[in-house]
Design a protein around this ligand. Structure first.
Ligand code: C5P
Length: 201
C-alpha cells in the first residue's frame, strides 16, 4: 500500500487536488481518510460549548484513531470512518465503511503536524494557496455549505484560523516532499503527482 499525506491550510484546494487524483488514477485503487472525519467526539458538550472549540488546533483531532485505522488498512482490513457534521460540530453517529486500497490518501489541514502519523506516509504533499485566496474560498464554502454567517467566519478566521495556521500548518512545509502551488488550478502538478504514484505502484 502506498500512503500519501496531503496537507495545506483551509481553502487551499486540497479537496480539488484529491478529487482530480481520484479521477486520474484507476478506479477502485484509491481510498481516502479525511482528517475532518476524525474531529474528537464532543457529544458531552452543549452546542454553545462546541461552537467555541478551536478546530484548528491539533488537540481537536483524534490522531490515535487515524493511526489505528491506517494501521488496520495497511494490514488489509476495512475500517469504519466516522462521519462529521460541520453544522452540528459533532460526529453524526454514521460511519463510512472504508476498504483498503493500493493507494490511501490521508488529507486534512493538520495531517503533517503529527510526528507519528507523518512517519506512516510514503509521500508527503503540501498544497499552498495565498491566505487571501484561502479566505475567499473559506467564506464562500462556510456560508453556502456549512451554515455559517459572514461574522462568524471572519471572527473565527481572525481569532483561531490565522494564528493556528502560522503555528501548526505553514511550518509543515518543511516536511513536505512536494509543495503544490494552487492559487490557480494546477494541472501540471497533478500530472507530476500522478506519474510519481504510478511509478511507485
Ligand atoms: O475542509 P477544511 O480542510 O478547510 O476543514 C478544516 C476546517 O474546518 C478548519 O479550519 C476548521 O476551522 C473548520 N471546522 C469548522 N467547524 C467544525 C470543525 C472544523 O469550521 N465544527
Amino acid at each position: 500500500m502506498l500512503v500519501i499525506g496531503i496537507a495545506g491550510g483551509t481553502g487551499c484546494g486540497k479537496t480539488t487536488v484529491v478529487n482530480q487524483l481520484l479521477k486520474e488514477l484507476p478506479e477502485g485503487e484509491v481510498g481516502i481518510l479525511s482528517q475532518d472525519s476524525y474531529y474528537k467526539d464532543t457529544s458531552h458538550l452543549s452546542f454553545d460549548e462546541r461552537v467555541k472549540i478551536n478546530f484548528d488546533h491539533p488537540r481537536s483531532i483524534d490522531f490515535d484513531l487515524i493511526e489505528e485505522h491506517l494501521t488496520e488498512l495497511k494490514k488489509g482490513n476495512a475500517i469504519d470512518q466516522p462521519v462529521y457534521s460541520f453544522v452540528k460540530h459533532n460526529r453524526t453517529g454514521d460511519t463510512i465503511h472504508t476498504l483498503p486500497r493500493k493507494v490511501m490518501i490521508v488529507e486534512g489541514i493538520l495531517v503533517l503536524s503529527n510526528p507519528e502519523l507523518r512517519k506512516m506516509f510514503d509521500i508527503k504533499i503540501f498544497v499552498h494557496a495565498d491566505s487571501d485566496e484561502r479566505l475567499i474560498r473559506r467564506l464562500r464554502r462556510d456560508i453556502t455549505e456549512r451554515g455559517r454567517d459572514l461574522d462568524e467566519v471572519l471572527n473565527r478566521y481572525k481569532t483561531t484560523l490565522k494564528p493556528m495556521h502560522s503555528q501548526f500548518i505553514e511550518p509543515m512545509k518543511e516536511y513536505a516532499d512536494i509543495i503544490i502551488p494552487n492559487n490557480h488550478y494546477n494541472t501540471v502538478a497533478i500530472d507530476i503527482v500522478k506519474t510519481i504514484i504510478n511509478d511507485k505502484l
